[in-house]
Design a protein around this ligand. Structure first.
Ligand code: SF4
Length: 399
């Protein structure tokens, strides 16, 4: 038996992939430890240059305190060179996510199946239903590192959800790189049917989607979400830019008008969050102001702001004309606008009732994925009936 620890950088898919390695090591009889483990797995991210630098730092830190370190994930696949020069106990694993758990487990040394179904997070389970992307946005490395879109069989997904619920998870987040591309053709599933059937899992309290492209927000999906009582009133829909010329240069396949029109049926009761890239090569001040306007017009609350950095092998790899201080200044403006939008949304909850799923001591998320601050005594994993009493910088205060 070997002791190990797993950490990840980046998005929810990186989280899921890190968990897959963790489960595989547990299934092979190895033991997870917070401190003093023999082996560390660092699942890395390469979405920006900054993410690669952070990933390298994490690997270097782990190399000082572990006998062996496996560097896995998107960073290892795209930017293996970024990990050159690290100590000899660092193993870079530039493999697809499907192959990585087996490779790492094989290298660590399998010792037979002991615990095939280890419980991971206590409250929320991320279930990967789709991987890869076939879209080809001009700035994005994902298709290079994760390959073309492919989906898991619906039966396997629904089975995993039932297992997660049996393990005690209350919430499931359906996760994918380009989730709306989900298809199980032989069984006749698209994402909308998967939502309906996952939402009917006995014992499951809440179902969410991790992120979805606006092109996939159609009537069928909106109906499935509305007609699934446990589906969260939340959607994360990347905008990336609120300017048509920039969207065109990004090869994003939609216009601002389409983005706004497709969100309309979600009305006032969905909490809409998003990703925006700031300082893209084609973005001038006028284009950036368009983004601020569209963020407000779409009613977005939390916006994850990514200052643009060129990624190797992409359409815009050679272009980065917007100066760093301009990117920084625009990022600050957009983050402030997003924070104000969050506060306004949270204020609208004051005096109203909600059901909060407590996911750690003193905190949880309401039905539309708004953050709530609840009494420290509320048990983690409980669905708590609350009424909004006020708002702090971090969320809604429960009465
Ligand atoms: S939709 Fe575009 S941004 Fe998203 S993963 Fe695919 S190529 Fe990248």
């Amino acid at each position: 038996m070997t002791t190990f620890s797993v950490r990840f950088l980046g998005c929810k898919v990186s989280h899921v992939d890190a968990h897959a390695v963790r489960e595989r090591l547990l299934a092979e009889g190895h033991e997870e430890r917070d401190g003093g483990a023999d082996v560390a797995v660092v699942n890395t991210c390469c979405v920006t240059n900054e993410a690669v630098v952070k990933s390298r730092k994490e690997a270097a830190r782990a190399a000082r305190t572990h006998r062996r370190v496996y560097v896995t994930g998107c960073g290892a696949s795209l930017a293996g060179d970024a990990f050159a020069g690290l100590p000899g106990n660092v193993v870079v694993v530039p493999r697809r996510s499907e192959e990585t758990p087996e490779f790492v487990a094989g290298d660590v040394g399998a010792i037979g199946c002991v615990q095939a179904d280890a419980r991971l997070d206590r409250v929320r389970a991320f279930v990967k239903v789709q991987d890869g992307c076939s879209f080809g946005c001009s700035f994005c490395v994902i298709p290079l590192v994760r390959g073309a879109s492919r989906s898991r069989a619906a039966e396997a997904v629904l089975d995993e959800i039932r297992r997660r619920v049996a393990q005690g998870h209350r919430e499931v987040v359906l996760t994918g790189i380009n989730l709306g591309c989900y298809r199980d053709r032989s069984a006749g599933y698209r994402l909308s049917r998967l939502v309906r059937e996952a939402g009917a899992t006995p014992g499951l309290e809440r179902l969410r989607l991790s992120s979805i492209e606006i092109n996939h927000v159609d009537d069928e999906l909106v109906r499935a979400l509305r007609e699934t009582p446990i589906a969260s009133r939340h959607l994360h829909v990347p905008l990336q830019s609120g300017d048509d010329a920039v969207l065109g240069a990004m090869a994003r396949r939609y216009s601002v008008a389409t983005y706004l029109r497709r969100l309309q049926p979600l009305g006032d009761d969905f909490n809409l969050t998003s990703d925006v890239i700031v300082g893209f090569p084609a973005e001038d001040e006028r284009a950036f102001k368009n983004t601020l306007r569209v963020v407000a017009e779409a009613g977005l609350t939390k916006v994850h702001v990514f200052p643009y950095s060129p990624r190797p092998g992409t359409g815009t790899a050679a272009a980065d004309p917007v100066p760093p201080q301009v990117k920084k200044e625009r990022s600050t403006r957009l983050r402030m606008a997003s924070h104000e939008a969050c506060l306004a949304h949270w204020r609208s909850k004051v005096g109203r009732d909600d059901l909060v799923l407590v996911d750690r001591q003193g905190r949880g998320y309401g039905d539309d994925y708004s953050p709530w601050l609840v009494p420290e005594s509320a048990p983690v994993g409980q669905l708590l009936g609350v009424r909004g009493a006020g708002v702090s910088e971090e969320g809604i205060l429960a009465a």
